[in-house]
Design a binder for this molecule. Sequence first.
Ligand SMILES: [Fe+2]
Length: 224
Amino acid sequence: MKILKIAALGAVLAAQFTFAQFKQTPLPYAYNALEGSIDAQTMEIHYSKHGAAYAANLNKAIAGTPQEKQTLLQILSETSKLTPAIRNNAGGHYNHELFWTILTPEKNTQPSAKLAKAINETFGSLDAFKEKMSKAGADRFGSGWAWLSVDKNGKLFVSSTPNQDNPLMDIVEEKGTPVLGIDVWEHAYYLKYQNKRADYLSAIWNVLNWKEVSKRYEDALSKK
Ligand SMILES: [Fe+2]
């Protein structure tokens, strides 16, 4: 009896210490909050199925590896040495966690003065930047992401990566700290926009959370 109790206690302790390392943060708005630009069904499936799967599959992929004890940023910085399952799911988890935060139902958020100045200096104007970003997303063949990032010199740049790669990974050509990422996988828009990716890319600016992008920009600069 005593042995059984010890075994049961061991199982409880083991369960506590094998909990998932990475998990999704709650979506900061309702699934239907972005209606008009991104429909509720797309948001629900995207967050609760696709987003959830990246976190769960990342935990499975790192189980029993040294990455179990690493932060997500450490894992992303050495993806060239890791398995495709870790690369894809670490990227998927990071990218989606960023994506939920840079959308908002709040209307007319604006870039901070500092970010607006940097955008104007780098791209000419906010509209020119939006055009460049939308083009990066539209031109991405197959699935991937369009990014606005800060490079090692503190300069902004636009890039695109395939699949779930991102500018934090050591395998990408254009490295930096992402401050805005737009998901151009079909799962992000197909229910509402079908093959019209450009229409999705144009609508997303209506729900863009410039407060969050500005905060991420200023955080990235402060770490340079
Ligand atoms: Fe996605």
